[in-house]
Design a protein around this ligand. Structure first.
Ligand code: F0G
Length: 461
């Protein structure tokens, strides 16, 4: 294992106790939760790797900023502080806060759907983005590069678009029917894999030639920018801020779940490069959906914490440590032979449970079964990103088979230490060693939409 992981550029000031409940209690709690980690209480979880969304730790500068939050309904000074920071980072003219990423999506996406039969194209749509596309009456089509699912093969930008396929999709549906192209950076569902600037520039050219609006779904744009600095020769001497600016310059609209690279527990953003008419349409919609345009569902203090967090997330010392902590966990697992999406992504390690448990059929959800084993092993909560998440085909009602059955070990920002991650690796390796004994799960209860949150299961005998 390489030993060049950078140290955390911070120390602890406030701590939150965590406890590992007994094995007997874990067995009982998982059963009560219907073998679905989403249904566990956090008190029964020792290390929570369900998501990196809103689960990070704020700095003392952010906690300090909370105190200057201006809770005025309209024209809050907190908004103007946030607006200034977002304008500096993106170079965009119009900024509207939202309560989180999906709040931004519900405002923007329907405005782009002009008639029936439209499609959005993304490298891979995140689930809520896909849901908003579909709720707006359009179709969500993915065009990710072929290297993406070749998990053992190193490729520096596995989040990239397949450019040929993108052009084919545009031709197939005709450019007038493409409501938007969405660049998801980093590409969450592919394993937090980055997208190169070269690839994004090519996508932007295609969008421009076809007169299609270009959006950035940039929940993890800072991690993506740092990957570019590390891996794209032409950018190695540029600062992360310069790379981010260049990225934003390609697109028309930026949507952000600020719960990731905003380093806050709640928040979202809509930023529009220069289309004032579109901005006004968003302002009109945001009022009934999220709130007045200068707070968009956030408290004044949330906006101040975000203004500070956005700048902290672009500090290169922090980003180096951030990518290193994820790589550290990935290296421990790879060295033990656990199949993971390689190289490590920016926010999570994705374990390939199809390869790990080839005996479990896709509709008995191998990754869900492995997540359950990991909880029993060490009180660790991970999340399934596979066929359970995908749901059923609306026409045939069959379970859709995912390209990959991943267990995502998602690392909250500035929250866990290397000791915690070593423990996680040890538990995953123990589960891996007894993989042939792991059984799939079957539904006891299944909700018609977003089933993974509320489903109840029992182990298959
Ligand atoms: N876009 C991406 C790429 C995301 O990863 C998420 C959320 C959203 C949009 C929606 O943002 O949660 O603030 O409404 N991802 C979280 C996750 C939930 O666990 O990956 P939100």
């Amino acid at each position: 294992m390489q030993n060049n992981y950078s140290l955390p550029p911070f120390k602890m000031k406030v701590i939150e106790p965590i406890h590992l409940i007994s094995k007997e209690d874990r067995i009982k709690k998982l059963k009560e939760a219907g073998y679905n980690p989403f249904q566990l209480r956090s008190d029964d979880v020792f290390i929570d790797l369900l998501t990196d969304s809103g689960t990070g730790a704020m700095s003392h500068f952010q906690w300090g900023a909370l105190m200057i939050g201006d809770e005025s309904y309209a024209g809050s000074s907190s908004f103007f502080r946030l607006e200034k920071v977002v304008k500096e980072i993106t170079g965009y003219r119009y900024i509207i806060p939202a309560h989180q990423g999906r709040g931004a999506e519900q405002v923007v996406i329907p405005l782009l759907v002009k008639h029936p039969g439209m499609v959005f194209i993304s490298n891979i749509h995140f689930d809520t983005t896909r849901a908003h596309v579909e709720m707006a009456g359009a179709r969500a089509i993915d065009s990710v590069c072929k290297e993406c699912f070749d998990i053992h093969q190193y490729y520096p930008f596995k989040g990239n678009f397949d450019l040929e396929l993108l052009e084919k999709i545009i031709q197939k549906y005709h450019k007038e029917n493409v409501a938007g192209i969405i660049m998801t950076i980093t590409n969450n569902s592919a394993g937090g894999q980055p997208v190169s600037l070269e690839n994004m520039k090519a996508v932007a050219k295609i969008a421009k030639n076809n007169n299609i609006p270009l959006l950035i779904d940039g929940a993890r744009y800072a991690e993506n920018s740092y990957f570019i600095k590390l891996r794209e020769e032409a950018y190695k001497n540029k600062s992360v801020r310069e790379i981010a600016l260049e990225t934003f310059d390609l697109a028309d609209i930026f949507l952000m779940s600020s719960k990731k690279d905003g380093l806050v527990n709640i928040g979202g953003l809509i930023a529009i490069k220069n289309d004032v008419a579109f901005f006004q349409q968003c302002q009109t919609r945001i009022v009934p959906m999220e709130g007045f345009p200068t707070y968009g569902g956030l408290a004044g203090r949330d906006m101040d914490a975000l203004a500070v967090g956005l700048n902290e997330a672009l500090e290169e010392e922090y980003l180096q440590y951030r990518l290193d902590e994820v790589r550290f966990l990935g290296d421990l697992l790879r060295d033990a032979g656990v199949p993971i999406q390689y190289p490590a992504g920016g926010h999570a390690i994705f374990v390939d449970c199809k390869e790990m448990c080839p005996n479990i059929p896709y509709d008995q959800f191998p990754a869900q079964a492995v997540c359950n084993e990991l909880y029993l092993e060490g009180g660790i909560r991970a999340v399934e990103i596979g066929s359970l998440l995908l749901g059923r085909d609306p026409d045939t009602m069959e379970n859709i088979k995912a390209d990959a059955e991943f267990m995502r070990l998602t690392i909250p920002r500035r929250t866990y230490t290397q000791e915690h991650l070593r423990y996680v690796a040890m538990c995953v390796i123990k589960v891996f060693e007894r993989r042939s004994a792991i059984k799939g799960v079957k539904f006891v209860y299944e909700s018609p939409i977003l089933r993974h949150f509320t489903a109840k299961f029992e182990p298959v005998e």
